[in-house]
Design a protein around this ligand. Structure first.
Ligand code: FS2
Ligand code: SF4
Length: 517
């Protein structure tokens, strides 16, 4: 096996014996075979309509290979057979040879991998939009164009061109998902989410899929079972059409990498709708359920039938386990008992006048977007310390699961607005981009000239596609950590530094000093 797609890759270079994430060599090899089969499908679909099934498989299969999504060999084999069948229907084509996927000139492998990993991340977003009935022809077609490119030889300049084009397409994909989520569930509004678990039966739901949460809320109505979000599902509380359910009670636990400790001993089942799934301990594996493309050997899977998932087995498990006998007071990482979310673009732009006035009056000196994924590396304390050290006349926007390091902190307010504002899931980077563009418009300047600094943490491939979008928009001076991707070769890094002035994070004090002068 070889895999270097995520931040926790072995030795900062690549997993070659088995995955730090728990991915076994046989499964890693199957992920590669599936990827190469998708190149075959893309080739077969050249100048043809791939058909609904072909398009769905392209998204599902790319999504299945994202970090911490599917560890189930037979499910990957099944996806591959379905891909082969669609390819044959289109007249067939040769798959990419598996042994060349990660091999060749270092810089070319780096660039090809960057595009492939970006495509994997975008597939997750496209799939969430698709299940809510939203598709964009350009985005869908680009999966095929991109996967054909993965099977071709290109020069450095051509790869860079493809990667920048991809970044723009991913912006469209994030806009599509924003449209899918807000048209189905309304625009998020600010809410305070409790961390206490009320007594009685409950279900924890994690991942990014809002449709799964909606179906679970409908199916648990009036059954005496409460629902708690976990990790990237937290922003769901802000959506009017989801928050209206009184049994959507609060949030359980913190970021994904703490799940093995947090899920042990809870008297309730957990549903995984997407990444990030860690190999479960035997003590709680019988309480875990997966949906969609998520899979792990031995875990129960809730299949989809005509767009509906029947969560009866999960509900029965919740009733059987019964929950806690008394309310259980839990807190965030810093001891806070409330998490705020719901500051997506509509809310923030709704108070744009206040924000602009506050900047003009000098009450707000700087904005930080401290966003991205969390992970286990000790160096990620940087983000907690960074946020704690931001001066009182600055605002911290955040999104994705990295926020659990500081989202229970009360940093006070500026002009009636909290100093930390959670914009949502990783895909809600779209909201952040919209806010930045609107501010630039109001101040009649370029986004790069705003008093705004992006301080990003990456872990998996959705962060990769978002980063490529930010670069394709010409955003400069992004701080990136906790380490730089292993798939970025030294020469490619030189290009990124030269073109975009990407900076690896150093220490919170030193970086804040440079940023604030
Ligand atoms: Fe976090 Fe994991 Fe959102 Fe990533 S819960 S690292 O999937 O996409 O952010
Ligand atoms: Fe290693 Fe990350 Fe790949 Fe897992 S996803 S095998 S940890 S590089």
């Amino acid at each position: 096996m070889f895999c270097f797609q995520c931040e926790q890759t072995a030795g900062g270079k690549g997993c070659a014996k088995s995955g730090v994430c728990g991915k076994q060599p046989e499964v890693a090899n199957k992920h590669d075979e599936l990827t190469c089969a998708l190149v075959g499908l893309a080739r077969a679909a050249q100048d043809k309509d791939p058909g609904k099934k072909g398009e769905e498989l392209m998204m599902q299969a790319l999504f299945a290979t994202v970090t911490n999504v599917n560890f189930d060999g037979p499910r990957i084999d099944e996806l591959k057979s379905l891909v082969q069948a669609e390819k044959e229907k289109l007249g067939g084509a040769k798959d990419l040879a598996v042994d060349v996927l990660w091999k060749g000139d270092t810089d070319l492998v780096s660039l090809r991998s960057t595009l492939l990993l970006g495509l994997r991340g975008m597939a997750a977003y496209a799939w969430h939009a698709y299940v809510l009935g939203k598709e964009d022809d350009e985005v869908t077609a680009w999966f095929f164009k991109g996967m054909r490119a993965i099977g071709e030889e290109h020069t450095v300049e051509e790869w860079l061109g493809l990667i920048m084009e991809f970044g723009q397409v991913n912006l469209k994909c994030m806009a599509l998902l924003d449209e899918a989520n807000t048209s189905a569930y309304g625009h998020p509004v600010p809410v305070k989410v409790p961390t206490t678990i009320e007594k009685g039966p409950f279900i924890v739901i994690t991942g990014h899929d809002l449709l799964d949460l909606q179906q679970l809320l409908e199916q648990t109505e009036g059954k005496g079972v409460n629902i708690y979000t976990h990790s990237e599902m937290l922003p769901a509380h802000g959506y009017p059409e989801l928050k209206k359910y009184p049994h959507l009670k609060g949030n359980f636990g913190t970021a994904w990498q703490n799940q093995q400790k947090e899920f042990d001993n809870i008297p309730a089942p957990v549903i995984y709708t997407t990444n990030c799934l860690m190999p479960p301990r035997a003590s709680y594996a019988d309480r875990l359920f997966t949906t969609s493309v998520v899979g792990y050997p031995g875990l129960k899977h809730i299949p989809e039938n005509n767009g509906v998932k029947d969560f009866t087995p999960v509900i029965n498990k919740a009733l059987e386990l019964g929950g806690w006998a008394e309310d259980k007071k839990l807190t965030g990482i810093n001891g806070g008992s409330e998490l705020m979310t719901g500051f997506a673009r509509n809310t923030v732009l709704g108070v744009a006048d206040t924000v602009i006035e506050a900047v003009k009056a000098g009450a707000i000196k700087h904005f930080f977007l401290v966003g991205g994924c969390d992970g286990a590396r000790a160096g990620r304390n940087y983000y907690t310390e960074f946020v704690k050290k931001t001066p009182k006349d600055t605002v911290v926007l955040t999104l994705a699961c990295g926020k659990y390091r500081f989202n229970d902190l009360n940093l006070g307010e500026i002009g009636g607005l909290p100093r930390i504002m959670d914009m949502g899931q990783c895909n809600d980077a779209y909201s952040a981009i919209q806010v930045a563009v609107a501010l630039a418009g109001a101040f009649n300047c370029e986004v790069n000239d705003l008093p705004l600094t992006l301080v990003l943490s990456w872990y998996e491939q959705k962060a990769v596609c978002i980063l490529l979008t930010l670069l394709s928009l010409g955003l400069k001076n992004i701080y990136l950590g906790p380490t730089l991707p292993a798939f970025i070769s030294p020469n490619v890094l030189d290009v990124l530094v030269e073109k975009f002035n990407i900076k690896p994070i150093s220490t919170p004090e030193a970086d804040l000093q440079v940023i604030l002068g």
